[in-house]
Design a protein around this ligand. Structure first.
Ligand code: ADP
Ligand code: MG
Length: 287
């Protein structure tokens, strides 16, 4: 059987995770460039290894979508695990946004629409991502942009390390992006009924808020304070920055941040909202 080393040449480091390092790699025969997540089994514990196996299962279950990182190949040896994936050459979406300082509301709506399409797809496979946050939203191209903003909307959802089959009961993710029902079920234990894929819709609402204002809707000095604000629904459109944002965009965020998951739209329903429904689809999908 072919090994990773026999098929690929390893390139530069692209990023680091908790126990894995992601590198660029090139297929020796075809010259195709990919990313590979390498897990050093001597450094990872048995639980970490299980987590990576879980991530592989999740990626395989999710399958193809133009806005979801694809797993191309998987190798397991006594020393390492290698996850060969689509290369997302542009790095983290938010780094680019921060560099740009100015971008249009139209660009934001297109970005959010692309992630809603990704969510619609993974949810249709019975999977929730549970770790939607800026670090896991990656750009495909390393473009500097020729005046337009299309290089900003060519994005994919990465890191299925915390993904799971809906419904769920554990509290996971990054505090600022966690939905109130996930906190109630998994942390406060004030609710018994498990949460479902709507938790991803909430997190995308938080991301939309940040994209449009550069501020976090829920922010505390410690995670307990953040959780308090989330479960008490303490957030607002206060600040000059919101004066420039359209009422349609504000209504979209308000809808995504509906506290009761039963009343919150699914990804499919959110795609009907005028802020995203009227956005022109990409013409180059599947490229
Ligand atoms: P972890 O589960 O440990 O957080 P990630 O899968 O998020 O690991 O990967 C860690 C980092 O590696 C990411 O934040 C990103 O910078 C980089 N990275 C991950 N996957 C890719 C990819 N397919 N293409 C390019 N860079 C990637
Ligand atoms: Mg990550």
């Amino acid at each position: 059987m072919a090994t990773f080393e026999s098929k690929y040449n390893m390139g530069e480091e692209l990023g680091k995770g908790a126990y894995a390092i992601v590198y660029r790699c090139t297929h020796k025969e075809t010259g195709e460039v990919s990313a590979v997540k390498v897990v050093d089994k001597s450094k990872a514990g048995p639980k970490d290894i299980d987590d990576v196996l879980h991530e592989v299962t999740m990626m395989k279950t999710v399958g193809f979508h133009p806005h979801v990182v694809q797993l191309k190949e998987y190798f397991d040896t006594p020393k390492n695990m290698f996850l060969v994936m689509d290369l997302l050459n542009g790095g983290m979406l938010f780094d680019r946004i921060v560099q740009m300082k100015h971008y249009s509301e139209q660009t934001s709506s297109k970005l959010i629409k692309n992630f809603l399409l990704a969510l619609e797809h993974i949810h249709s496979k019975g999977i929730m991502h549970r770790d939607l946050k800026p670090e896991n939203l990656l750009l495909k191209h390393n473009a500097t942009g020729g005046g337009d903003e299309t290089h900003l909307t060519d994005v994919a959802l990465a890191d299925f390390g915390l993904a799971g089959r809906a419904p769920g009961q554990t509290c996971c993710g990054s505090p600022s992006y966690i939905a109130p029902e996930v906190i109630s079920v998994g942390y406060l234990r004030t609710q018994k009924e498990p949460y479902d894929a709507k938790c991803d819709v909430w997190s995308l609402g938080v991301i939309a808020y940040i994209l449009l204002s550069g501020k976090m809707p829920f922010h505390g000095r410690i995670y307990k304070e953040t959780f308090q604000k989330i479960v008490k629904n303490q957030w607002s459109f206060v600040g000059d920055i919101w004066d420039r944002v359209t009422p349609t965009a504000k209504d979209f965020i308000k809808t995504m941040l509906t506290p009761d998951p039963k009343l919150r739209p699914s990804a499919t329903e959110a795609l009907q909202h005028p802020w995203v429904a009227n956005v022109q689809p990409d013409t180059h999908l599947g490229e």
